[in-house]
Design a protein around this ligand. Structure first.
Ligand code: ASP
Length: 605
């Protein structure tokens, strides 16, 4: 037996027992004639002591130990004279009688402490050493626990876990596919799935009714911050359901995860909000509703043309026109946010904020401010607007003395998004986005399609299997582009603290509607047939009404762990350039492998 106990197990009531532990040497300290060794394993750290009077042999072995040596230590559990309340075994130590070195170790390239001295690149290269550190261990524990709870919950309500293939067919929609050449079918390629979307729908056609899978997905996208080329989804699908059935089912799952993983009970129903409402008041389709600071429109007209209006939320307002201020007069849309207690922002701080909103990522042309003070109002545009007019705007925005109003103007959609970004930035600066607070939210009624002016065609905003809302069916079959653009999707997202964690939809289950969808997306009949014939065909064999959702499992884990980045929650992640620096992958393959596949690189060396 290598060990009788783990390094996290022994307590004061074990005092007097003879035990054997095995683990890694975290640290060795010498004090006079005594040596102290911190022995670590997955479960914790136990202090080993070699007394002054220890045998020559024992001292000799101890002398040779270094950090990260793997040892087996036998000894007697004793109460410590100076206890360490920071660790669970801190009341005891082991008086060592014998040590056996199971393996030596080179000096690790960085310290294995919570705050390590190793840089990111170095730690990635030695990921297996980095994984010994507590923060990473905790991250993987959360991931494990979440996965187990998902399985338990869904199994309990009749969901079946079914695996779907990893080698599939490349399809033109969505992100770029990773492709795999087939040796047995020379000149042909598989694609790795971006999600099991069509398979889960086919499982519904097959009658499986409730499916889930914790599944790897692959997308060959340019890596934006915190994306991984391979990532994991909790993928789910149900038959004979409407939107509310899906939302309620998965609200149940999320609440259970909160309770069972974090001990955090959410009693209330999650708030729900239409996409149009979210854009109008939060400038984002994934609003962080932990704080207010809602967008207030000062000039707006109903969306027209190719811009989705989302039916109900459009209003005509103009509180800023007619004062000869060209910026506002010529803008399609003017709106602002009221930042509580920020009137103390200096001119210089506002100038910096102006530069900030002008960055290409945000793209605003400028920033107008109104500073609301006890007796007076100060603004960057007060030469155009008399005090009374500014006061009216301040009242409309429910500003109080001490508040700072920030206003942007321009194209409607872009300005909404810019204000959304500014709102998040001000929320961060004011400390309103604390992590220990959770604000779940469902957003629904997204646009079905997005028009791309460059390629002059529609793209599916979610994916081409999402059903249009029944009430928009007439527009869906219209020949008028502007009408088609107004079609809402029966799609929904789950948002937590301003991050989209999940998304799904009620699906098309009718072959003719699915065909129309491909037509709207600009596919010829032949193209639709060759790329998606299998699903159009399946719908001819009794497809039930169905819908589903997929959650980003990595992101869920990070949020539950209170961290921004998903990388720590993946045992072996890729870096920002999509590389595994430990394996040094991707890498060239041998000429013989290339030849076997009849592949030739045209890349100039
Ligand atoms: N497959 C979709 C996605 O990956 C989710 C869904 O519609 O269920 O975004």
């Amino acid at each position: 037996m290598y060990r009788t106990h783990t390094c996290g197990e022994l307590r004061i009531n074990n005092a007097g027992e003879n035990v054997t532990l095995a683990g890694w040497v975290q640290r060795i300290r010498k004090m006079g004639g005594m040596s102290f060794i911190d022995l670590r394993d997955r479960y914790g750290i136990t202090q080993l002591v070699i007394d002054d009077g220890a045998s020559h042999e024992l001292n000799e072995v101890a002398e040779k130990l270094g950090r990260e040596y793997v040892i087996q230590a036998k000894g007697l559990v004793a109460e410590r004279s100076s206890k360490n309340s920071k660790i669970s075994t801190g009341d005891i130590e082991i008086k060592i009688e014998a040590i056996k070195v199971l393996n030596s170790s080179q000096t690790p390239p960085f310290t294995i402490e919570d705050d390590t001295d190793g840089g990111e690149e170095l730690r990635a290269k030695y990921r297996y050493i980095d994984l010994r550190r507590n923060p990473l261990k905790k991250a993987l524990e959360i991931r494990h626990k979440l996965g187990q709870e998902v399985r338990k919950y869904l199994d309990n309500i009749g969901f079946m876990e079914i695996e779907t293939p990893v080698l599939i067919k490349s399809t033109p929609e969505g992100a770029r596919d990773f492709v795999v050449p087939s040796r047995m079918n020379l000149g042909e390629f598989y694609a790795l799935p971006q999600s099991p979307q069509t398979f889960k729908q086919l499982l519904m056609v097959a009658g499986y009714d409730r499916y889930f899978q914790i599944v790897r997905c692959f997308r060959d996208e340019d890596l934006r911050a915190d994306r991984q080329p391979e990532f994991t989804q909790i993928d789910c699908e149900m038959s004979f359901v409407e939107r509310e059935d899906v939302l309620n089912t998965f609200e149940g799952l999320i609440k259970a995860l909160f309770v069972n993983v974090l001990g955090h009970e959410i009693k209330e129903q999650f708030p729900r909000m239409s996409y149009a409402h979210a854009m109008k008041y939060y400038g984002s389709d994934k609003p962080d509703i932990r704080f207010g600071m809602k967008i207030c429109e000062l000039k707006s007209t109903p969306s027209n043309g190719i811009n989705f209006s989302g039916h109900s939320e459009d209003q005509v307002v103009d509180l800023v026109g007619g004062q000869n201020f060209v910026v506002f007069d010529s803008a399609e849309y003017v709106a602002g946010i009221c930042v509580e207690g920020a009137a103390s922002y200096t001119r210089k701080q506002i100038d910096q904020l102006t530069e900030w909103v002008k960055r290409p990522q945000i793209g605003a042309k400028g920033l107008v401010y109104i500073r609301v003070e006890e007796q007076k109002i100060k603004s960057s545009v007060d030469k155009f607007y008399p005090a009374g007019h500014l006061e009216k705007i301040a009242t409309e925005m429910e500003a109080k003395p001490g508040d700072l109003i920030l206003i942007l103007a321009g194209d409607k959609r872009k300005t909404q998004e810019a204000l959304g970004t500014l709102r998040i930035e001000m929320g961060n600066r004011l400390g309103l986005r604390k992590n220990d607070n959770f604000a779940p939210l469902w957003v629904y009624d997204f646009p079905l399609l997005e028009w791309d002016s460059e390629t002059q065609r529609f793209y599916a905003m979610h994916h081409p299997f999402t059903a249009p809302k029944p009430e928009d069916m007439e527009k869906f079959y219209s020949n008028n582009r502007d009408h088609i653009a107004q079609v809402a999707a029966n799609a929904y997202d789950f948002v937590l603290n301003g991050t989209e964690i999940g998304g799904g939809s009620i699906r098309i289950h009718d072959a003719t509607i699915q065909k129309r969808m491909f037509e709207v997306l600009g596919f010829s009949d032949q193209e639709a047939e060759s790329k998606f014939g299998f699903i159009i065909n399946a719908f001819k064999f009794g497809a039930p009404p169905h819908g589903g959702i997929a959650f980003g499992f990595d992101r869920f884990c990070a949020l539950f762990g209170g961290q921004e980045t998903i990388r720590d929650y993946i045992a072996f992640p890729k870096n920002n350039a999509g590389r595994d620096v430990m394996l040094d992958a991707p890498s060239p393959i041998d000429d013989s492998q290339m030849e076997e596949l009849f592949l030739k690189s045209t890349l100039k060396k």
